[in-house]
Design a protein around this ligand. Structure first.
Ligand code: PMP
Length: 413
């Protein structure tokens, strides 16, 4: 993206023109949640103003319009990752999508897990792709195993053959780590899982917003992502899975909207995806997420990705140029997206964040819901700067300049 193109994009994001602590806001927290363009805000508002109603019920005109908008949003968002509408289950966020799958696999059905079965995940996971599998193992008697991280900040796949075995029923891993910012070698993991007939589950929270993602091309069985990290609203996310897999899974939440026939003696369920969508759905949020997808596609995911690789390199070089700062994850920019997590010697991340905020710079501090990754690299928390399509080179400079003042501010050399 050229400077002029980024400038035009920024003009669509009202919040980016505000000031914080007397300084222009430098928003480097998009890996936590992204900002929204007027096109997305308008889509939600105009839907509420003209077409809002409960979907799939009622014969009135508004109900029909709302249902059409909801279902075309499903088709649009599923299509964004290369899948048909019936593959997409709306959820509240990626966390709910991963829990839905992990829970469903622990309920009676052809895919139910049990003692002797193994689930494999990795040491780099966000808690959302780790704790649900721990819970599923506790409930079913299955065993959880991990692909470890190496000293170089990448997954260590050297022992994959002994970790993924005939006992493995699920291999769940993130496409891009939200701390190390590395892109996982999906093909290698999928091949290992396929060789033993295990399901593959991809946490695509940090990839779908930032690079082209095609579920059929990746060859995974299911992916999860959140709308709020890809220019959409909070309260909407998706589980996208092969429809044949969905049809083998029992429902998790039950109640209205997901049933066919209910008698006092029992109930039959609708086909997926509706089987997994109990109760009134986040209709306006789905419509807004479709508008976010329109926005991203108009810019082009290849171009978004290229812009972030460029900014990622600037961020990495900038952070590494500051004395007393240690980067988590690989030092070569080639294997990263536009996110850099780091620790500052002698300064707690919360204090780093405070000094940066004084300069108008918004970053994430803490363990970023990935405690094992931090433990692996000998820290309990870190500071994370993350770019998106609206981030400029000048903003990266402002951030690095502010970072340079942190240690001196605390009297450190
Ligand atoms: N996985 C990854 C890799 C993430 O970065 C996040 C968000 N930090 C999640 C899962 C969870 O997303 P959400 O909180 O929207 O469910």
């Amino acid at each position: 993206l050229t400077g002029a193109e980024v400038g035009a994009i920024r003009a669509d994001f009202p919040v980016l023109s505000r000031h914080v602590n007397g300084r222009p806001l430098v928003y480097l927290d998009s890996a936590a949640t992204s900002q929204r363009p007027v096109q997305v805000l308008d889509a939600e508002r105009s839907f509420a103003e003209a077409h809002y109603a409960a979907v799939h019920r009622g014969a009135h005109t508004l109900a029909g319009e709302a249902t059409d908008a909801f279902e075309s949003a499903r088709e649009r968002v599923a299509g964004f990752v290369g899948m048909p509408a019936e593959a997409l289950v709306w959820t509240k966020n990626a966390t709910e999508a991963l829990n839905l799958l992990a829970l469903s696999l622990s309920f009676p059905g052809p895919r139910q897990l049990g003692p002797g079965d193994e689930i494999v995940t990795t040491e780099q996971e966000h808690h959302a792709n780790l704790v649900p599998w721990q819970e599923t193992c506790a409930r079913t008697g299955a065993t959880l195993r991990y692909v470890p991280l190496g000293d170089d900040g990448r997954l260590d796949l050297s022992d994959l053959g002994s970790i993924v075995t005939e006992r493995t029923k699920v291999l769940a891993f993130s496409h891009v780590s939200n701390v190390l910012a590395t892109v996982t070698p999906v093909a290698q993991l999928v091949a290992a899982a396929r060789a033993v007939g295990a399901l593959t589950v991809l946490d695509a929270c940090q990839s779908v917003p930032h690079l082209p993602v095609s579920v059929p091309e990746l060859g995974v069985d299911a992916i999860a992502f959140s709308g709020h990290k890809m220019l959409g609203p909070t309260g909407i996310g998706a589980l996208v899975a092969r429809p044949e897999l969905l049809s083998e899974l029992p429902p998790v939440l039950t109640g209205g909207s997901m049933v066919e026939v209910v008698t006092l003696d029992g109930t039959t369920y609708r086909e997926p995806p509706q089987r997994f969508e109990a109760g009134t759905q986040p209709v306006a949020q789905a419509v807004a997420l479709a508008a976010a997808v329109d926005y991203l596609e108009k810019v082009g995911l290849q171009r978004v990705h290229a812009h972030e690789l460029h900014l990622g390199r600037l961020l990495l070089d900038g952070v590494r140029s500051v004395p007393g700062v240690r980067v988590l994850g690989p030092e070569d920019a080639e294997s990263r997206i536009g996110t850099v997590a780091f620790s500052v010697d002698g300064v707690h991340p919360h204090d780093v964040g405070q000094v940066l905020d004084d300069a108008g710079v918004a970053v994430r501090v803490g363990h970023h819901c990935a405690q094992p990754v931090h433990r692996r690299y000998g820290v309990t928390a870190s500071t994370r700067a993350s770019a998106y399509l609206y981030t400029t080179e000048a903003e990266v400079e402002t951030f690095v300049d502010a970072l340079r003042t942190v240690r001196p501010f605390f009297g450190l050399g």
